[in-house]
Design a binder for this molecule. Sequence first.
Ligand code: MG
Length: 172
Amino acid sequence: MLSEKMQQALNEQVNAELWSAYLYLSMGMQFENAGLPGVANWFKVQFKEEQAHAEIFMNYINQRGGRVELKPIAEVPTEWATPLDAFKDTLVHERKVTAMINNLYAIAEAEHDYATRDRLNWFVSEQVEEEESAQQLIDKFTLIGNDGMGLYMLNNELAARTYVAPSILTAE
Ligand code: MG
């Protein structure tokens, strides 16, 4: 059984993951419109990943006999001048999400809720990857600068990203 405090914090995380999904969908639409379908594809895959994160938390709340409460999703930005700007925003956002996961972890530890702590371990590792991939893309877009050929090639590279559902979801 989840404590009221833990349940509320997990529900807030569901909302944050759905907000993340909405943010990356907004970025995806922006770059599709800007003629960069590969960059758009990367963000649309990220949109699906964030939905999966929310689903993992929702499944877990229900598994523990808690109640999922879906709250309104706040507005997201809709304009980025360049992919570099969007990936910089991505990194800033993912660092915030990491801090939220760490906060959930601290609550679980304080409450001796080891089941929740165990589930959060997956997210701790996931956040390392999220921050790393955002940083790598910042590096790549910084490297190409205003080079049109570089942008063309990097756009093609990002077109190859495909969504793979986390095994934590497919195993359930
Ligand atoms: Mg996430």
